[in-house]
Every structure is written in C-alpha cells, then in structure tokens.
Design a protein around this ligand. Sequence first.
Ligand code: 5RP
Length: 309
Amino acid sequence: MDWGLKNRLSRIIKLQNNRALMLAVDHGYFLGPTEKLEDPKKVIAPLLRHCDSLMVTRGVQRASVSATSDTPMVLRVSGGSSIIGDDLSQEDITVSIEDAIRLNASALAMSIFVGSKYEYQTIVNLGKLVSEAEKYGIPVLAVTAVGKELGKDARYLSLACRVAAEQGAHIVKTYYCDNFEKVVQSCPVPIIVAGGKKIPERDALQLTYNAIKAGAVGVDMGRNIWQSEHPVPMIKAARAIIHGNLNVDQAFKLYKKLVSEEPKKKQKSQKKKSNNKKKPQNNPNQKKSNNKKKPQNNPNQKKPVLTKK
Ligand code: 5RP
C-alpha cells in the first residue's frame, strides 16, 4: 500500500485500536434538508471534535466546515437522484478527483446499489473510482446502499460488501443485521456500520456495541447522533464504546449523565433571556409611567407582516 493511502486510512481508522468513529452528514445529497440537518453548519460545529472523520458532500464541506479543521474529510462523490425522483439507484460520480484533492479529502465515498436496476453502472463506477483515487493515494469507501425492495439480511449484505471489496474499495459501509459476523468474515476489507433511521439512544448504542463485537471497525453514524435531542452526549457515548471499550450500560449511563449536565446550562441561558424580556402591557402589577415603552423599538418583537391588497 502506498504511503499516502496508508497515511490517509490511518487517520480514519485509528492504528492503535483499529477503530473508527465517522460522523455522517451527507444525507442532503438525495434527501434535501433532512430533519435536524437543515443547518449543517450549526449541526457540525459542536460535533466535529468528537468524531474521527466527517462524511460530507463538497457543497457542505465548503459552506459549513471550517477550513482550519484538522478532522479528516470523507468526501461523498456520487449522486444524481433525489428522494422524489424515479430511482434512487441511478447514481454517477459527480465530483472530479482534482476537486477532491483541492478539498484535501482523506477518502472518497460512493454508493453501490447491488441488485437494483442500476447495479451495473454503480459497480463499474466504483471500480473506476478506485483506479483513479489510487493514483493519488486516496482510499475509497463504498456504501452498500439498500433499497426498499432489498433485504437487510446477512446473505444480501455479505454479497454487497464482498462485491464492493472485490472492486477494490478500501472500506465498506453497510448496515447491521442478524449474523453480522458472517458479513464481516466474508469481507476482506474493514467494515463500518451505518446507524440507520433514528432509534432510541440506548438501542443506537447497543447497535454500535454489537457491530464492534461482530468485527466492524466502528460506525459511520448520522441520524442517531444529530437527530437525538442531545447530539453531543450521544456522540460522546458512542465514542466511549468505540475508543473507550465501554459496554452498553456504561455508555448509556454516561449519556444520561452528560444529558443531566446539559439542561442546567440551557435553563440558565433561558432564564437569562426571559429576565431580559419586559412585557409591560401584560403585567397588571406594574405602575403606569410616563416613560411609555415603544414596542416598535424592541428588536425582539416581531414586526407585523405587510401584505399588498
Ligand atoms: C446515505 C449515507 C449516510 O451517510 C448513511 O446512511 C449514514 O447515516 P445514518 O447513520 O443516518 O444512516 O451514506 O446513503
């Protein structure tokens, strides 16, 4: 393996324990403004220092991630369909290798849709992307995307992961399922697990723990972190499993402890805000004064909407 490729990979999968915590925020590339990811900048900022790498599109990286960040970027380079289009599996490569290099990508990510209408196109694209990226020492992460009609079982996922690895993917991302050890055992490259739809926090931590126990290097988790009411405690708890070897009970206890510490700060700032707000017109105990407040000068007050008749 070339030095550059090895070096980039080692920033994503940590050498000391062969583990990885990737934060996925690339959902908008086909879902648009996904719930709780409407403002990527706000979502990413407090989480960035807690993940090992960030999975992101070039648009969000440029607009919403500080260029001074030293977190490795796993750049999604495939796309072309949206959730309201005809077929999500119709993807192509949408980012040039030159642009990926300009963005200092530590890895490139693309989806393959094994068993779908566009299976051939996406698998050939993966092979081509690996050939191109290896010229520059950039690893490729293949996402085994799962359509509605395709099962999330070990038989199917083993097939999809193996196909990705055979095309030269350096890491394969897939979904957790029963008998996941079989998926890991038959894939010759590291497997990282997607979080999937939002589930209760403890269940997401259980998934993280199970995936690692079955041999995955870690998780590439999105919704179960930033759709949580408490994203920072959640990512810290997942991190504690991946890098701190905590079990699920310990990690969930940590999550609850961090949550219990969080609202105090929020409550304080909310109290402060409400103390600053004066609503003289609603206070029956307040004496009338000649220094009448002019509501139109209050920047916190919403202006009435003017409509043309
Ligand atoms: C979409 C992706 C997402 O990054 C992936 O699904 C991970 O996010 P989540 O944990 O929300 O499932 O690759 O194709």
